[in-house]
Design a protein around this ligand. Sequence first.
Ligand code: SF4
Ligand code: SF4
Length: 206
Amino acid sequence: MSNVRPPESLLRKISKLFLPLWGIRAGLYLTLQHIFKRKFTVQYPEQRIEIDTNFRGKVTLLNRGTIEDSICNCCRKCEAICPVDCIRVVPLAGEDKKKRPLIYDVDMNKCLYCNLCEEVCPEHCVVLDPVYDYSSYSHDGLYFTIKGVSRPATAAELEEIRLFHEAEEGEKVRQRELRKKEAEAKKMAGAATGGAENKKENAEGE
Ligand code: SF4
Ligand code: SF4
């Protein structure tokens, strides 16, 4: 059997010459198509895209300006509900007997971004900030102490917390009144039944 290759046909030679050019032309055409369209990428980190406020990012503890002026009352509900035990709260009672967090550690290595800590907080001072770029080369870099997780609440957030408490207080009053009315209604119903039974007994006695 001979190893000599048959000579290439003219058509094959032409196609070999123009095929790469065709590919370049197609690529350039695609680039030109997109050059005037709206851009979806940004020059990160100089430019950042706006993240939806519902985005669940870094766990954050809000305060009233300083860490010492805490909103957190150290109920430890966030610590208890966290399914992966990544929150640690150690309370400190001040001279005014008000509890503040002495230690508030969050291990973001383990966080599932489930939002349960935010939902359970009675003071509404835990939020999952829409912060996504806090990566680290070590696990220690993602273990945050109170300094790393705290930030002052904005005026809007403080107002929101105030409204939350107001609504909760209103709901408590409403529930209290409802219970009172129910108790009164039961009392009246009981009195009416008692009266009817007495009448029946009296009639039977006669
Ligand atoms: S649930 Fe809220 S108030 Fe309670 S310890 Fe956690 S952050 Fe503080
Ligand atoms: S978001 Fe979920 S997993 Fe993360 S700290 Fe809060 S409760 Fe724990």
